[in-house]
Design a protein around this ligand. Structure first.
Ligand SMILES: NC(=O)c1ccc[n+]([C@@H]2O[C@H](COP(=O)([O-])OP(=O)(O)OC[C@H]3O[C@@H](n4cnc5c(N)ncnc54)[C@H](O)[C@@H]3O)[C@@H](O)[C@H]2O)c1
Ligand SMILES: [Zn+2]
Length: 683
């Protein structure tokens, strides 16, 4: 009994970790706005990996340990990759490298083991597809982001503005490199430091919050809708892989880098061939020395087994090749003095302390501010203004205060810091609940909270309202046009046109976008409310279980926990949220303005269990993804090709060869209505 209980608690912890990781992945990969450092993120991931290693039965197919994070963002065409774009396993120490090297040798058997060392550029990966031209050259046909690793976003028009990406390649270069007429280059998109500083200067001048680091800035830029903006940002691409027809060229890593150079791509000149871990460590130490002067961010060194045959033998784990590893640099530290603590209010009302520091040079940049953990940490450590602190940058550009230092040359500060009892923005009393590390502003009318709430509501992956962002949210609040997200739905054209720089066209578009968002669905609304720990998957699971907002609002913690994804921490966050009258009012208000608050309940039985369904053509109402989700929710499987085992083919307009095949094999063909009926009839 006890053992069972423990397992179920472990299972809940695993699910909580998954939800938290997904939440951060969403912030990081989709919204380009991480709120925790990479180190802290990796810690969560490692805890989950550990649990899953000890309890293999708890591994789920969609666990973040099994696939690369980040759904392709809305607004771009989604295109499947020729082969998955993977992540890399990490090593943080020489010992971990030794373990890896040992495993490589074991698995390689009698095949050669040589390694190529490259810098790990801190950007985002990109796939560039080239197609042969009649004269024997090639031209850039498509550029895709990694997306979720399987499906990327088509960002071709943006990629075309990047100067280090050749738009066409001459026959002479093709010949020299010895590549097939159609090929694919994979590499890293980075924003050079200079471009990053320039961009942040401009953002600050416009009253926008600066981007946290070049990686995020590059990711955001690559997914900007306007290629002109991308062109101004001066991104760069460094190439490191070469494929054709979804397979790596059979030439090994070193020869790949040479071929890429011959083709005219930018290839990072800092690379080396090594055989031993000692040599790897030497390369790593050299890279760390160069780090500050490169002009772009690197966060480690990538070591790859060179020979193609050996790579093939080693193969892949869930989401990374076994033949490569990313050695991540350890934190860079410096000592400086704490001058003060600035308190700001975030979207959730959380008061965040930021250390104001005497300027200090860490890892190539001068920092004046650093993250402080929370009120609890400040109290526990007895932090004083004037203290000497160790600041570090670990795997990202957000520096943090890691420790207080005290010795003969660095005496403790003397000025006690008193945490404010009022919100710095709305001046209302703040609260700190039992066992909480932070203070919060719980005033629902607090402008800081409202600003964050509006921005969150409009963001991709939530209500997806193009045009409702940081700036427009601030404008709407300043003018007093909205006092909650529900007020968005009663905005009038004149209201928007009264805002600075808003013309009739953009105002109309925003109104249409707002109107359209009414139908986003219960799960999106639930996410949009910004309840702590309620990310995309949890919101979807709850929406499907309860079917309506009213039932969720009145659900008890136990009822909520019946949803597989929901543990006590999540259920209490939800119950607490709806216990506040202001939040229930907001829900009523949203309902009154016509925001859809219902969802189709999950069918309990598995109507389509054991069935395999193939989709082809364009259905009248359902997108491919929606149809797939519907079939899977009913327990069916969706397959890519028709065989004798196919139960049904669902065909829409412009169905192709799959339909012919179905007829040939005598498989029953349904249309969209037929599919819906099939699911209903059987439930
Ligand atoms: N802070 C957060 O909230 C948050 C959220 C999600 C992920 N992350 C961070 O993102 C990282 C996970 O991202 P990831 O999957 O991109 O893994 P990764 O960054 O650890 O390594 C894989 C990537 O390295 C890149 N790369 C750079 N140089 C390369 C080279 N020479 N050869 C091959 N690849 C090269 C490629 O883009 C590849 O996809 C983790 O370090 C994690 O901490 C942080
Ligand atoms: Zn406030």
């Amino acid at each position: 009994m006890d053992g069972k209980r423990q397992t179920s608690e472990t299972a809940k912890r695993a699910e909580e970790l998954r939800e938290e990781i997904r939440h951060h992945e969403h912030l990081y990969y989709v919204l380009d706005a991480p709120v925790i450092s990479d180190r802290d993120f990796d810690k969560l991931m490692n805890e989950l990996k550990r649990i899953e290693a000890e309890h293999p039965e708890l591994v789920t197919a969609d666990s973040p340990t099994q696939r690369v994070g980040g759904k392709p963002a809305e607004g771009f065409r989604k295109v499947a990759h020729s082969r998955p774009m993977l992540s890399l396993d990490n090593a943080y120490s020489e010992e971990e490298l030794r373990d890896w090297d040992r495993r490589v040798h074991e698995l390689a058997g009698n095949l050669p083991v040589e390694y190529t060392c490259e810098l790990k550029m801190d950007g985002l990966s990109i796939a560039l597809h080239y197609e042969g031209t009649p004269d024997g050259g090639a031209r850039l046909a498509r550029g895709l982001t990694r997306g979720d690793g399987q499906i990327g976003e088509d960002v071709t028009s943006n990629v075309r503005t990047i100067r280090s990406v050749p738009l066409s390649i001459t026959p002479a270069r093709m010949k020299k490199a010895g590549v097939p007429e159609s090929f694919e280059v994979r590499g890293e998109t980075v924003m050079p430091e200079k471009a990053f500083e320039q961009m942040n200067k401009e953002r600050e001048a416009q009253g926008l919050t600066p981007a946290v680091n070049p990686r995020n800035a590059a990711a955001g830029t690559l997914r900007t809708i306007d290629p002109n903006i991308v062109a101004q940002r001066r991104l760069d691409v460094y190439a490191y892989f070469l494929l054709s027809g979804g397979a790596y060229l059979e030439i090994g890593q070193e020869a790949t880098l040479d071929a890429l150079t011959a083709l005219g791509f930018r290839v990072n000149p800092h690379r080396g061939k090594v055989h031993t871990v000692e040599q790897m460590m030497k390369f790593i130490a050299d890279a760390e020395k160069k780090r500050a002067t490169l002009g772009y961010d690197i966060d480690g060194v990538v070591i790859k087994v060179d020979a193609q045959a050996t790579q093939n033998r080693l193969g892949y784990t869930g989401k990374a090749p076994r033949w490569a590893i990313a050695y991540k640099f350890s934190a860079e530290q410096a000592l400086t003095q704490l001058k003060g603590i600035l308190i700001t209010t975030g979207r959730t009302g959380k008061l965040t302390p930021t250390a104001q520091l005497a300027p200090v040079f860490v890892g190539g940049v001068t920092i004046r501010q650093a993250t402080l953990h929370n009120a609890d940490w400040i109290e526990r450590m007895g932090l004083m203004i004037g203290d000497w602190v160790k600041v570090e940058r670990a795997g990202d550009v957000i520096p943090k205060v890691a420790a207080i230092v005290e010795d003969a040359e660095h005496p403790r500060g003397t000025e006690k810091f008193v945490y404010p009892t009022k919100c710095p923005v709305c001046k209302q009393d703040v609260v700190r609940e039992e066992g909480e590390a932070d203070y919060r502003c719980v005033n629902v009318d607090c402008p800081a909270v409202l600003h964050g709430a509006l921005e969150h509501w409009g963001s991709r992956g939530v209500m997806n309202i193009e045009g409702l962002g940081e700036v427009s949210a601030a404008q709407l609040l300043e003018k007093g046009l909205v006092r909650s997200v529900a007020d968005l739905y009663t905005l009038k054209l004149e209201d928007l046109m009264s805002l600075e720089r808003w013309g009739e066209k953009s105002s109309r578009t925003l109104l249409e976008e707002i109107e359209r968002s009414k139908g986003a669905g219960l799960a999106r609304v639930l996410m949009g409310l910004g309840i702590r720990f309620v990310g995309e998957r949890t919101a979807e699971a709850i929406a499907q279980e309860f079917g309506s907002m009213d039932d969720i609002v009145s659900a008890s913690a136990e009822e909520l926990e019946r949803v597989e994804e929901v543990g006590p921490r999540i259920s209490h966050a939800i119950v607490d949220f709806f216990a506040r009258p202001a939040n229930r009012e907001l829900v009523e208000h949203l309902k009154a303005v016509g925001v859809k608050m219902t969802a189709e309940k999950k069918k309990r039985s598995s109507e389509l269990a054991g069935m395999t369904i193939v989709l082809t053509g364009t259905l009248p109402n359902l997108s491919r993804e929606e149809a797939k989700a519907m079939i899977e929710a009913a327990g069916g499987k969706v397959a890519g090709s028709v065989s004798k085992k196919t139960s049904y083919v669902v065909a829409g307009e412009e169905a192709g060869s799959k339909l012919d095949k179905a007829r040939e094999l005598g498989v029953t063909v349904l249309d969209e209505a037929g599919l819906r009926k099939l699911i209903e009839e059987r439930s």
